[in-house]
Structure formats: structure tokens, C-alpha cells
Design a protein around this ligand. Structure first.
Ligand SMILES: [Zn+2]
Length: 430
């Protein structure tokens, strides 16, 4: 077994900085941000560079599945045991930052390097993974690789997808080594994967402001999204008296403000946003006839989402009755909160303590691959601080030393999970 001192010494700060910098050049924007949307040339280029590093500097069994996910396997003492999986993504949002994804992927990569450095034979096989299309992209699908592995997204769901330039999804998937027709083969079962652990920048300000090193992630927020279509009447904005109007925008305003109030009443444990609004005919002297609102509610607590939805629904009914406006509700997305595996959370906490790192528990208010993989395995996440909690923007920044501390914690946690007695494991048969 590797000592804490060896484990710490195995990680190289300058190598980590070098990796972040090297990949920060691929898709670099003039303002210092990064645009490396999934399935674009820049994504393909980044994957090629990553594969080259794997091939040249490691001796791992490399495989690309039908979803374009890259897996690199390091055998364990028991070759037939389920794998311990770790990794993240390399794609970015438009004009995003250098750390969202790469910080996790390179922490996993460097953890594998330390295993090699000390010639450590683990009990389980370890697998490093690069997951395809975590972020929203031109095809409108995020967390594609993990949802495909969990069997939540099928070829029927993506067969006809096109981007704005008329590129079809099957060809785009092929460009990253995938194969839409064989997507079913990429679905993984709980018997194949013992654990999944991903390191990620926090994207919230808590670790940074409290000067802590490690966030033990409790789970991932639930998200409810709804489109509201309000139909009133278009009338002359000069000649129609105020008491005769059916103004869809005034009605929409009441609903927008009610959503804000209802979320604020949840004591910081829920958020809600109307992020998109369209008005028809959108003309200065015509009363708005139709308004479309796209809204979402997020909370780790199902009852809070339910309460906000109820308050909003009450307001919608009042508005319909009082203003004589028709309001259509279309639920576009409804995902329950995900609670991460207790053994994985315990391993992260114990790893942080052994390394003398300051930790706290956190909830992720952003979606992640680990949330989907938790359907098929014991999954968990480590958060590391990012400056002022800023992300998905060029200002996204994490100290290299913070990434390295996170990577040390990641490796220690993986080794603790590897050592859990086989009888404790969910897949144990003896
Ligand atoms: Zn990410």
C-alpha cells in the first residue's frame, strides 16, 4: 500500500499546469475563453491529443464505445471484478473556461500515472474515461455519453437530430469514434462498474470563500422545466382602453415575479429562473397577444420543488381567471434529485482527512455525468474550489495547487474504495 507521503509526492504540479495549458490552447478564444463544443473539429482535435498521451505515456487497454466515450483500462489483481471508473469530459460550452471538465479528466489521468509510478496493483481493474458531450452543444444534447451508458438515451432519440448548419447527428457521432446504430451495445450494467468517481470544479463560491480544499458532493439538484404559452389579444395600443385589454405580457410579468418570490421563500434551498421569453407581435403600439416563457426550478429537495410549483400554479390560475388569458403549460424536463453513494462519500471524506485537506459537504446545483451514472453504479463527485465560483466563462479559474490536492484526494478515495471488503460490495456474490 502506498503511504500518504508517497501519494502526495507522486503528483507533479508543473505537469498538471502543462496539461491544463496545452488543452486550453485547443479552441482558445481571443478573450482567453475556450470554445470546444462537442462533435466540432476542436473537440475531435482535443480527443486526438488526449489519446496520443494515453498511447505514448501509459500502457492501458484503450477502447472507444459506440457513444464515443474513451475508456483506458488498467488491469487489477482480479481481472474479472467490476471496474472502478474515474474521469470527466473535455468538451466545453461556447466561450467557456479551461477547467470545467479538464480539471477532472487530468486529475484522473495523473492518478493513473502515480499508480504506475509506484507500480501499484489494485484489486479491481481501474478504468479512466473521457465522456462524450457533457455540455450542451449544437445538437441540443448534454451528458450524452453518460446517459447512453445508463440506457436513458437511445438511438431513436438522436437519429434525426441536426445542427443549425444541417449536419446530422449520426455523422457527428462517427467523427468522435461512435456509432449510432450500436448505441445499445454501449449500455453498461451494475455488474460491470463497481464505482464511478469524478472530480470537478465547484462552479459555486463556497469552497473558495471558506478556503476549503475539498467538497464532498451529497448529490445533484433536481430540475423541473416548463414552457408557458400565454394567449391574450392583440389590440391597438392607443385606442384600446385599459379595462378592455387582454395583455399577455402583463399576465406573464405577474407569473415571472411570483416564481421569483416562491423560490425566495425556500430559504436559499431552491432557485428558479425564467431564462427565455418571447413576445408576439412585439411591437410598440400593439398589446402583446402571445408570450412564451421558458422557466426552471432547481432544488435538492423534492418537496421544495413541489411547493414552488404549487404556488406558481395557484398564481397561473388566478391570472387566467382575472385577466381572461389562456395559459398552456408544457413540461419539458423533470429530473429528480440524485443522492450519491454513501460508501463513495465516506471514501472521499476519509481520503481528505488522511491528506490533511479541509473539506465540507456540498450539493451540486448543476447537472453532471455522475448523476446519470448513479443509476447503474455507486457514483460520487469531488468538488475543488474555483475562483469566486465563476464558470462557463473566460474568467473561470482554479489554482493548479487546488487541482493537485483534489487529484491526491481522488486517488486516495479510489484506493480506499478498491480496498473495501468484497462482501461489502453491492455486486458481491459470496
Ligand atoms: Zn463539467
Amino acid at each position: 500500500m502506498i503511504s500518504v507521503e508517497q501519494l502526495k509526492a507522486g503528483f507533479d504540479l508543473s505537469r498538471m499546469a502543462g496539461l491544463i495549458d496545452r488543452f486550453g490552447q485547443i479552441g482558445k478564444d481571443p478573450d482567453g475563453g475556450v470554445t470546444r463544443l462537442a462533435f466540432t473539429n476542436k473537440d475531435v482535435e482535443a480527443r486526438k491529443v488526449f489519446l496520443k498521451i494515453l498511447e505514448k505515456e501509459f500502457s492501458l487497454d484503450i477502447r472507444i464505445d459506440a457513444l464515443g466515450n474513451i475508456f483506458a483500462r488498467r488491469p487489477g489483481r482480479h481481472r474479472d471484478w467490476p471496474v472502478i471508473l474515474t474521469g470527466s469530459h473535455l468538451d466545453s460550452v461556447r466561450n467557456g473556461g479551461r477547467y470545467d471538465g479538464p480539471a477532472g479528466l487530468f486529475s484522473s489521468l495523473e492518478a493513473f500515472r502515480v499508480l504506475d509510478l509506484f507500480d501499484i496493483e489494485t484489486d479491481h481493474p481501474f478504468e479512466l474515461c473521457l465522456l462524450t458531450a457533457e455540455e450542451p452543444n449544437d445538437f441540443g444534447i448534454s451528458t450524452f455519453g453518460s446517459r447512453g451508458m445508463a440506457g436513458i438515451i437511445k438511438k431513436e432519440d438522436v437519429r434525426r437530430l441536426m445542427d443549425e448548419r444541417g449536419n446530422d447527428f449520426p455523422s457527428a457521432l462517427k467523427a468522435v469514434g461512435g456509432n449510432m446504430e450500436k448505441m445499445d451495445d454501449a449500455v453498461r450494467s451494475p455488474e460491470e462498474i463497481a464505482y464511478f468517481l469524478e472530480l470537478h470544479i465547484e462552479q459555486m463560491p463556497f469552497l473558495d470563500s471558506e478556503k476549503r480544499d475539498i467538497g464532498v458532493v451529497e448529490g445533484v439538484t433536481g430540475i423541473f422545466r416548463q414552457t408557458l404559452i400565454l394567449t391574450g389579444e392583440a389590440d391597438h395600443g392607443g385606442t384600446t382602453p385599459m379595462d378592455r385589454r387582454k395583455d399577455a405580457l402583463c399576465a406573464a410579468s405577474e407569473i415571472v415575479l411570483k416564481l421569483e418570490t416562491a423560490a425566495k421563500e425556500e430559504d436559499g434551498l431552491a432557485v428558479a429562473t425564467v431564462g427565455h421569453i418571447s413576445v408576439f407581435p412585439n411591437s410598440i403600439n400593439i398589446t402583446p397577444a402571445r408570450v412564451t416563457l421558458d422557466m426552471e426550478i432547481r432544488s435538492f429537495y423534492t418537496d421544495r420543488i413541489r411547493r414552488i410549483r404549487q404556488k406558481l400554479e395557484d398564481r397561473i390560475r388566478e391570472t387566467e381567471a382575472f385577466r381572461k388569458i389562456q395559459i398552456e403549460r408544457i413540461v419539458t424536463y423533470d429530473s429528480a434529485p440524485v443522492r450519491f453513494s454513501t460508501p463513495v462519500k465516506q471514501a472521499i471524506a476519509e481520503a481528505a482527512d488522511r491528506l490533511g485537506l479541509k473539506r465540507r459537504n456540498l450539493i451540486s446545483m448543476a447537472g453532471h455525468d455522475a448523476a446519470h451514472l448513479s443509476r447503474i453504479t455507486e457514483a460520487g463527485m469531488i468538488f475543488i474550489p474555483c475562483r469566486a465560483g465563476r464558470s462557463h466563462c473566460p474568467e473561470e479559474f482554479t489554482e493548479t495547487s487546488s487541482i493537485v490536492k483534489g487529484a491526491q484526494c481522488l486517488l486516495q478515495a479510489l484506493l480506499l474504495l478498491d480496498q473495501r471488503k468484497r462482501s461489502d460490495l453491492p455486486y458481491a456474490r459470496h
